[in-house]
Design a protein. Structure first.
Length: 96
């Protein structure tokens, strides 16, 4: 039996529909497979955000610690001046 032109078009249309359905199913499967990866990526990004915040906090603490170290240095310098002045006064009193 010969197929008519309309039969061929109907067959092509059906084949095209089957192909499109298979492509759609493949896309759905790809998206379903990608979801665990996307979830893992979201978790990683969340952890990275926490790490960035921890690094920022540590940098703030380091900056504050640097200020404290400078203040201690200034205090030690002043203490040395006072100790020297006290020793000079003590020596002067002994000699007097």
């Amino acid at each position: 039996m010969h197929r008519t032109r309309s039969d061929r078009k109907a067959t092509e249309s059906t084949e095209e529909g089957v192909t499109q359905e298979r492509l759609a199913q493949a896309r759905v499967a790809s998206l379903a497979a990608a979801e665990p990866l996307a979830a893992a990526l979201r978790e990683t990004l969340s952890e990275a955000s926490g790490v960035r915040e921890a690094v920022r906090q540590e940098q703030a603490v380091q900056a504050e610690l640097g200020e404290v170290v400078c203040e201690v240095g200034r205090f030690q310098e002043q203490h040395q001046k006072w100790a020297s002045a006290f020793n000079d006064l003590h020596t002067a009193i002994k000699l007097a």
